[in-house]
Structures are given as C-alpha cells and as structure tokens.
Design a protein around this ligand. Structure first.
Ligand code: PGA
Length: 230
C-alpha cells in the first residue's frame, strides 16, 4: 500500500520539520512493503532523509525562468525532489488548470523522469448520473496523458468526497477502481477523499486500491501514521 499525505496549504517549514521527526519514529514499525509520501507546501520542501518520499504538490513545467511566483525543476533538484502531484481537482478548479495545461505539465515532468501522482475525479452531479457517466468523465481526464508511463501512479479522488468527511462507499470505490484499473493497464491506483484512520481498513481491503492520498487526516503525524500502522 501507498500512503500519501497531501498537506495542501497547511503546515509551515518549522511544523513540517517537527512532523517528519515525529513520523520517523512511527516509520520504524511500518510494513517494509508499504510506501509513505509527504507533499508539504513549497516553502517547506527540503532534503529530508528517511523511509519516505518527499514530493511537491505542484511546479511549473520549466527548468527555471521568468514565471513569477512559480517553482521549476531547478528549485526541486536542490532538494533531490523527483515526485510531483499533477491534476489535483483543487488546481483544476481554483487555479483554472485546463486538461490541456495539466497534460502539458504531465508531459514535461515525464520527460524529466519524475514520478507522477496523477489525480482525476468527478463532481457530485456526474456521480449522480451513474457509473457510465462517471467513467466517461474520468477517462476524459486522461486526454493528452501517457498512461503507459512507467513512473505513473493514478489517484482517483471524487471531488464530493474531498475534505467533506464523507468518503465514497465501498461499492463506489470498488466499481470505479475496477473500471479504472482496466483503463490504465493496472498501474498503481490510489483512492482519495476523506480517507482516515476510521475507514482505512475498509478502503485498503477493496480490490484495486493500491493506496490512499490523504488530505485532512494527514495533517497530524500521529493520525496519519495510525493509517499505515493499522
Ligand atoms: P481529504 O483530501 O483527505 O481532506 O478529503 C484528499 C485530497 O484532496 O487529496
């Protein structure tokens, strides 16, 4: 299983450092086959060593240059960061990242050899139309995306389950993952959307779930580690 913590716009450089210190202790007893990722905000990126991977929540598809407010490969390489989240629904929605922009970013970071956690997810009105509408919506989010890329992990995150406390049901996750796994040639597939210690056992036992991308429940190191120590 993969356990990925997405801090979003939470934590500072100092609290991220303390978080990682606390986590390191917990990581001593995690199952060796499990993998833990942490995506802190850009200002907290650093060269942390340990049994986990630090990734960036975002970056601009450039080595460096005149892109005010953005970071590129040069800033990530300083800390040996080679993992990136692309396509998160919050960036698609609040930062107006179109599928075309998302695909451009994907292609750039693929060419740089980055490990990419590529996020897809449908809004509630699509979910309410049933699994066929959901799959049509989700598959459109692979437009311009090379799903044969070796370093690709996909994260299915229904938008209505993100940050709401209401995760998708076992049946919703299971039918969607089954269909997605076929479409992505069995690449690792994470579930995201209100995953937490209380539902991790149930979610991780679903066929086709290879891990979780966790927002709110990842913000506390003790809480997050309860998930991979469960
Ligand atoms: P959540 O966020 O766990 O707070 O629902 C998940 C995500 O957006 O990755």
């Amino acid at each position: 299983m993969i356990y990925a913590a997405n801090f979003k716009t939470n934590h500072t450089r100092a609290t991220t450092k303390a978080y990682i210190e606390a986590l390191k202790e917990k990581l001593l007893t995690k199952k060796p086959e499990d993998k833990v990722y942490i995506f802190p905000p850009a200002t907290a990126l650093d060269s942390y060593a340990g049994d986990f991977t630090i990734g960036t929540q975002n970056a601009y598809p450039t080595q460096n240059g005149a892109y005010t407010g953005e970071i590129g490969v040069e800033q990530l390489t300083e800390f040996g960061i080679k993992t990136i989240l692309i396509g998160h629904s919050e960036r698609r929605e609040h930062l107006s990242e179109s599928q075309e922009k998302v695909a451009e970013k994907f292609t750039f970071f693929k060419e740089q050899g980055f490990e990419i956690i590529y996020c897809i997810g449908e809004p509630l009105e699509i979910r309410e139309q049933g699994i066929e509408a959901v799959m049509q919506y989700l598959l459109a989010q692979f437009d311009g995306i090379d799903i044969t890329y070796d370093n690709l992990i996909v994260a299915y995150e229904p938008i209505w389950a993100i940050g709401t406390g209401r995760s998708a049901t076992v049946e919703e996750i299971s039918s969607t993952h089954r269909a997605l796994k076929k479409a992505i040639n069995n690449k690792p597939l994470l579930y995201g959307g209100s995953a937490k210690p209380a539902n991790i056992k149930e979610i991780s036992s679903i066929d086709g779930v290879d891990g979780v991308l966790v927002g709110s429940a990842s913000l506390d190191a003790g809480n997050f580690s309860e998930m991979f120590l469960a």
